[in-house]
Design a protein around this ligand. Structure first.
Ligand code: SF4
Length: 762
């Protein structure tokens, strides 16, 4: 147990991977600043990063192991997990169990989970919520480069003469990189910025050109540039590109952009060797996500704009350690250390290295398929670690039903108040940010230390420790005998050098001999770091060694129709993170956009007024949201944030409505393209309730809970008569004090205050 004066660690939110200096001021409080020495941010932090100190309280934490809701000892909980997984495998075989993990995990935790599942449980049914985030980038990289390689680095932002953002609201989702871009443009005013996105987002402010393309047509747009600019017109990829996008007029019409704008983009790209294309979830979260990634890479490879200072395709990862998960192979179709299922000898290499008695021999199920297999009872035991699939998966209601019907649901989690935790039979308290110790890798391949600076909350333990304890109880104590995250890191680093000799670019075997003290003091380090000491910052200079991949254009799987005429796009907002378990605690973060909303172009509003409620319907679900009429929204499409949960606004859960169509190669779901319809939702009444205690969000028909500096604000609305709801609500709330009420039926205004011992409570 320790409380140091000041610790250098890494932000737990996005894939920028900013360095943070934390100075604890108490057991659950800390001053936070950007780390000036960290190469990702040089001292900058965004709003989420700077509010980290406000999210450390133990409110809502899972503090003790539980079985069926009852507190138990760690021994009892670990025995129960081991016994249930062993019994399920004995009766139904290894593919009847699964792990579903997270880009929030540290690399060491990820490594432990992957080793446990693929080497010892005997199944490759381990997938990560990174599947929803960047698996199309992984698949695209592997097709083009033969390996999951990001060829560029952040410094290229400062060196590029043309920066292109595709499907990336960088200003909100990777804010510190956007700040670096703004600073670079200020220093070199000639640097052009082009944004390709159906929405006019905050990232478009100051852009030289915005191409508001029709959703799903990115491949056609990049194919057009490839067809016009590729020197070698004979390749299969260029032929395929020219077939879908033969000329300016056809492409502009297909993509729904002005010919002059497209022509301008073509001219700038053609004239600018130092062109950098940053892409993110708007590209990846698509039923053609892998082709979109390859269409972007094709253009850079064919024109030599890659692997050189200021030039290249650049995938921005969403989560803090999506890259670490890829490195340890913790997706069902990957193997550890960038080894491959289908390469002769690779599975055996890992089997021997791990001394694994039950090494899986083939890829497992990807996230959407995995939860469907839980739903149809093919998978009978699942262990969820550090993620919330009951909210974040597409068609989330059926995922919830699947978990509800599953024989064994185990969850390792820092938070008690979380939708998926509610559905678990066994709950294992995990360390949160500020308590954990290990490494993460950011979008530019820089490995940074996350260091603990707070004592563990309650009985919470490290995720790797929990996995190792279960493995030991299942008979594999020797192979999981780690005493520290440093030991796991050394094992992982050694694995990357096995039979490598330059065959795999991901090689950190040069870090395998770090002592515990070296590991504790490790500075941010970009891979590769091979034992030979030879390294490089960028890969595939001028395209040498990279492949062009044919990317014929195709429409999204589900397209708008008479019943569902609009396209729903989902994404993040500036000040919230994932399912709000941390950022939802900070009043200043919730002040930015306090309620779940739907952005609608005024032409599509159809009777829905600004600030009113709007009902969204899709085939799989519905949501009720606040309408924001936004001329920056492309007509025919709407946008909703993905953050709200049952704890914060049950009717704001958008992923119930999102379709679960997937990319056929990457398995990544099409979270950006669901046909929907909208209509006004006209409640009988609406109001707000301020309370010192947080009340349930299921109090009334529609409720959004918002933290403020002094109380919890509950925005509420309903379709029952106001008078009866007013009385029902008052009686529902436990109130030892006295209510003072004021009702005016003529105006429809009802007010009430609860006073206890002379203090206003509600
Ligand atoms: S940009 Fe990302 S990593 Fe950096 S402070 Fe913000 S959320 Fe954290």
């Amino acid at each position: 147990m320790f409380i140091e004066p000041s610790i250098r660690t890494t932000c737990p939110y996005c894939g920028v991977g900013c360095g943070v200096v934390a100075a604890p001021t108490g057991p659950v409080t800390s001053a936070i600043a950007g780390d000036k020495a960290h190469p990702a941010n040089f001292g900058r932090l965004c709003s989420k990063g700077s509010a980290l100190g406000e999210t450390l309280s133990l409110d809502g934490r899972l503090l003790h192991p539980e079985i069926n809701g009852a507190r138990v000892s760690w021994n009892a909980a670990l025995d129960e997990v081991a016994q249930r997984f062993a019994a399920t495998i004995a009766e139904h075989g290894p593919d009847s169990v699964a792990l579903y993990v997270s880009g929030q995990l540290l690399t060491e935790d990820y490594y432990a989970a992957n080793k446990f599942t693929k080497g010892f449980l005997g199944t490759a049914n381990i997938d990560s919520n990174s599947r929803l985030c960047m698996s199309s980038a992984v698949a695209g990289h592997k097709r083009a480069f033969g390996e999951d390689i990001v060829p560029a680095v952040y410094e290229d932002l400062e060196l590029a003469d043309l920066v292109i953002l595709v499907g990336s609201n960088t200003a909100w989702c990777h804010p510190v990189l956007y700040q670096r871009l703004l600073a670079a443009r200020e220093a070199r005013p000639g640097t052009k910025l082009v944004v390709i996105d159906p929405r006019r987002t905050a990232s478009c402010e100051g852009a030289d050109l915005h191409l508001p393309l029709r959703p799903g047509t990115d491949v056609a747009l990049f194919n057009f540039l490839l067809g016009q600019l590729a020197k070698d017109q004979s390749s299969e990829a260029v032929q395929a590109a020219r077939a879908s996008s033969p000329d300016l007029a056809t492409t502009a019409q297909l993509c729904g952009v002005a010919e002059t704008d497209l022509s301008q983009f073509l001219a700038w790209f053609a004239a600018t060797p130092r062109a950098l294309t940053l892409f993110s979830q708007g590209v990846n979260q698509s039923s053609a996500g892998t082709d979109k990634v390859n269409a972007i890479i094709n253009l850079h490879v064919a024109t030599g704009r890659i692997g050189l200072p200021g030039a290249g395709p650049f995938s921005l990862t969403g989560q803090p350690n999506a890259m670490g998960g890829r490195e340890v192979g913790a997706l069902s179709n990957l193997l550890a250390g960038h080894l491959e299922w289908d390469q002769p000898g690779h599975v055996d290499l890992i089997r021997a290295y791990w001394d694994a008695p039950n090494m899986a021999s083939a890829p497992g199920r990807k996230a959407v398929d995995l939860f469907r297999a839980i739903g149809n009872k093919t998978i009978k035991a699942v262990w969820i670690i550090a993620t919330n699939p009951a909210i974040s998966m597409p068609e989330a209601a059926s995922v919830r039903e699947a978990l509800r019907g599953c024989e064994t649901v185990v969850i390792s989690e820092a938070m008690r108040e979380q939708d998926s935790v509610d559905l678990a039979h066994i709950r294992l308290p995990a360390l949160a940010w500020g308590e954990k110790d290990g490494t993460v890798t950011n979008s530019e391949r820089v490995i940074s230390r996350q260091r603990g600076f707070l004592p563990p909350a309650g009985e919470a333990r490290a995720d790797w420790w929990i996995i190792a304890q279960v493995a030991a109880r299942m008979g594999w104590a020797r192979q999981f005998a780690w005493k520290s995250s440093a030991e796991i890191f050394r094992e992982h680093a050694t694995l990357t050098g096995l039979a490598n000799n330059g065959r795999r670019l991901f090689d950190i075997s040069g870090l395998a001999h770090k002592t515990d003290a070296d590991y504790a003091a490790m500075e941010p380090t970009r891979w590769p770091v091979p034992a030979s000491g030879e390294s490089t910052a960028r890969f595939f200079p001028a395209g040498i060694g990279a492949k062009l991949v044919p990317t014929p254009f195709r429409e999204p799987v589900r397209t708008p129709n008479a019943d569902f005429p609009l396209v729903l796009n989902t994404g993040r907002i500036r000040d919230q993170w994932h399912t709000m378990t941390r950022t939802g605690k900070a009043p200043r973060l919730s002040a930015h956009l306090p309620e779940p909303f739907l952005s609608i172009h005024p032409n599509d509003a159809a009777g829905v007024a600004e600030g009113s409620f709007v009902r969204l319907d899709a085939i799989t679900g519905h949501a009720i949201l606040r309408a924001r009429l936004d001329p920056g929204q492309r007509p025919g499409s709407v946008f909703a944030p993905m953050h709200w949960t049952r704890q914060f606004c049950p009717e704001g859960r958008i992923n119930q409505s999102v379709n679960a169509e997937v990319d056929p190669i990457s398995g990544q779901p099409e979270l950006k393209h669901t046909p929907v319809r909208i209509s006004p939702w006209a409640p009988e009444w609406h109001g707000f309730l301020l309370s010192r205690a947080r009340l349930g969000a299921d109090l009334v028909e529609w409720c959004a809970i918002i933290p403020t500096a002094v109380a919890w604000r509950h925005e509420i609305a309903g379709t029952e008569p106001a008078e009866t709801e007013f009385v029902r609500l008052r009686d529902l709330i436990p109130h030892p004090g006295a209510w003072i009420t004021l009702s005016d039926p003529a105006s429809g205004l009802h007010r009430a205050a609860l006073v206890q011992d002379g203090v206003l409570q509600r």
